[in-house]
Design a protein around this ligand. Structure first.
Ligand code: ATR
Length: 280
């Protein structure tokens, strides 16, 4: 898709479907760019907007979405847990993860689901060529993003070790999702892993890494949830030590791709969405 084609507004009609993302504070989100680019390529009569919704207004926002017949909402920080109370049904995987990042209208009902975990797994498999069944995975961090990726890795049959700055959170997540082991971030050098995923915010906008370069190994696959900068210090150091790397953007692209597939029933143009992500 050319720059010009991407910048042409969608054609709006009385039948145009509305999708969007709810988040707060507004900040910068690349979701509208990714989804609108995909709508145009697929010829979907739909438009995607960003809605800055304060936490106390979430219930009103979801009731409004229901009344307006909004087709799908992506749900971002800080609403992923609270939104579970506002929908008609939360599917089994989102219930297990304890967070909803997608609300899709199906008939008259709003269904909450989670594509954060599939986004992570698809990025590792499609971009990284990972065979997750039986592999040894190590997840850095124990917050919401870690919960999704640990769930996804366990679902695919990986053995998972969780390392976190605050050890007790790693232990708790390990118990709750039946992972194999947990520890502090500096234990990485003692662990044999095939796949390493950073879900901490370390490296966001700064040239720092959550782990020592000496703990990184060749013949492994390393993915970073941090997508800005595109190549974080962790990924750069992993690459220079002979590891394969997957940039954080692919996690976001694949979770968005699955959202689009869920409501449209069409295969998502992930390359188009990735290009739109780059220029947004
Ligand atoms: P998210 O939902 O995006 O995962 P979160 O729940 O706030 O966000 O979790 C952030 C993660 O980054 C946590 O694992 C946090 O570690 P703690 O549990 O010890 O707070 C980790 N993190 C944030 N800043 C960090 C830092 N400077 N060094 C190491 N870990 C950090």
């Amino acid at each position: 898709m050319t720059e010009r084609a991407r910048s042409i507004p969608p054609t709006l009609s009385p039948a145009t479907q509305l999708c969007g993302v709810v988040l707060h504070p507004a900040g910068h989100t690349r979701s509208p760019a990714m989804h609108n680019a995909a709508f145009r390529v697929l010829g979907l009569d739909a438009v995607y907007l960003a809605f800055d919704v304060r936490p106390e207004a979430l219930g009103d926002a979801i009731r409004g979405a229901r009344a307006f017949g909004v087709r799908q909402l992506a749900v971002s920080i800080p609403h992923k847990i609270e939104v579970m109370k506002e929908v008609d049904e939360v599917d089994d995987t989102a219930t297990s993860i304890g967070a909803v990042n997608t609300v899709t209208r199906e008939g008259e009902r709003l269904i909450g689901s989670n594509t954060d975990w599939t986004g992570a797994v698809r990025a590792l498999e499609h971009q990284g060529g990972a065979e997750l069944d039986g592999c040894r995975a190590c997840v850095l961090g124990a917050g919401g993003a870690a919960r999704s990726v640990v769930f996804g890795l366990r679902e695919r049959g990986a053995q998972v070790t969780i390392l976190n700055r605050t050890r007790s959170r790693a232990d708790e997540l390990c118990r709750s999702l039946s992972a194999e082991a947990s520890g502090n971030l500096d234990a990485l050098h003692e662990i044999d892993y095939d796949v390493l995923v950073n879900t901490t915010s370390v490296g966001l906008g700064e040239d720092v890494s959550p782990v020592a370069a000496a703990a990184l190994r060749e013949d492994t696959l390393v993915m970073d949830a941090v997508y800005d900068p595109a190549e974080t210090r962790l990924l750069r150091e992993a690459r220079s030590r002979g590891a394969r790397t997957v940039a954080g953007k692919w996690w976001l692209v694949h979770q968005a791709a699955e959202q689009l597939e869920r409501w449209s029933g069409q295969p998502a143009p992930t390359d188009v969405m990735a290009s739109a992500f780059d220029v947004a």
